[in-house]
Design a protein around this ligand. Sequence first.
Ligand code: 5GP
Ligand code: MG
Length: 177
Amino acid sequence: MSEVLYSARELEKVVADLAAEIAADFAGQPLLLLGLLKGCHPFLADLSRHLSRYQVELSVDYLQAKSYIGKASSGRVTISPLNPDDSFCRRRHVIVVDDIFDSGLTMKEVMAWLKERGAASVKSCVLLRKTGCSRVVMEPDYQGSVIPDAFVVGYGLDYNEQYRELPYIKILGKNEP
Ligand code: 5GP
Ligand code: MG
């Protein structure tokens, strides 16, 4: 059996609150939301829609970042830009948007990658923050909700490319494929 952690309605509130927090910090400023594929897709879409209610000059782009294989971190992050011209972040104020934060390794590597390519500032925003990781390498600037140390799927999060389409987030049951 699997356990629903956040319903679609609860996620809506978490994302709306994050947008309000970001808008308060970036009022009147140009901001690049940079989503990490593939897990960010529903979160980034909802976050940008909420941000459209505020005076933030928004643009959106993506990077592919991969560290997990199955249910475990490989310990290495592979970053693949979609655009071969990686000057897209030069002199921009960037917020990196990811679905979930565990050790922070993915976020740390991506933020360093962007700084090396001339971003004016780089912050991080994650929907979920796991607890219990013993080797946390940084702290996120914006985080939606804190969750227990379990493997979760739905709302963009996958297990071997399944479950991303669920409108809610659940803990993957032990016997589920
Ligand atoms: P970190 O690099 O912070 O240790 O791990 C973050 C990355 O690992 C996320 O971008 C996500 O791809 C993956 N990840 C971590 N925990 C989970 C989880 O519970 N479920 C899924 N589907 N992916 C996870
Ligand atoms: Mg990821």
